[in-house]
Write a protein that binds this ligand. Structure first.
Ligand code: T46
Length: 135
């Protein structure tokens, strides 16, 4: 599956809450890289690319944002508004991130190190690769 919501276990007690995320366990890959996006201005859209091989899990650990995923056949919009909900985004999925609340922090767990050659930043090229089944 190239897109899926994942619920993470949350351990809540009188001290607060703890959310546990483990590579291979509730994330279906070994985590090689972590980054986060914050301070996104109102009205700004990020993304506009797909990845040839990279798989990622997106978690809005504070605030909220929306993610639009497009696998070349259909578009799906997801609201990320909980720190115990992750969105798995597989390879060859076009993404946009938008409607960030002022306090939003989008944490991303990635299956690979950062590599610009893995990005497809041209939507027509993405659709062509999908149709031709290049990847
Ligand atoms: C994705 C979405 C969800 C690095 O140097 N290392 C990194 O690990 C990353 C992710 C980015 N960068 C540099 C490359 C650019 O100069 O940070 C700058 C901003 O990256 P970009 O314009 O690709 O950011 P977004 O928000 O459009 O996309 C990012 C990820 O790049 C992408 O893989 O799936 O978040």
């Amino acid at each position: 599956m190239n897109m899926q919501l994942i619920d993470f276990p949350s351990f809540i007690d009188e001290r607060g809450s703890l959310v546990a995320i483990e590579g291979i366990q509730n994330i279906p890959f070994e985590i090689k890289r972590v980054y986060y996006i914050r301070d996104v201005k109102q009205g700004v859209r990020r993304g506009f690319h797909a990845h040839k091989e990279l798989c990622q899990v997106l978690i809005c650990v504070n605030g909220s944002c929306k993610i639009l995923l497009d696998d070349g056949n259909a578009k799906h919009e997801f609201l990320l508004d909980s720190s115990n909900k992750g969105l798995l985004v597989g390879k060859m999925v076009w993404r946009q991130m938008y409607d960030f609340s002022p306090d939003a922090v989008l944490l991303v767990l990635a299956s690979e190190h950062h590599e610009e050659q893995d990005y497809i930043r041209d939507y027509e090229e993405f659709l062509k690769m999908k149709i031709e089944g290049t990847i």
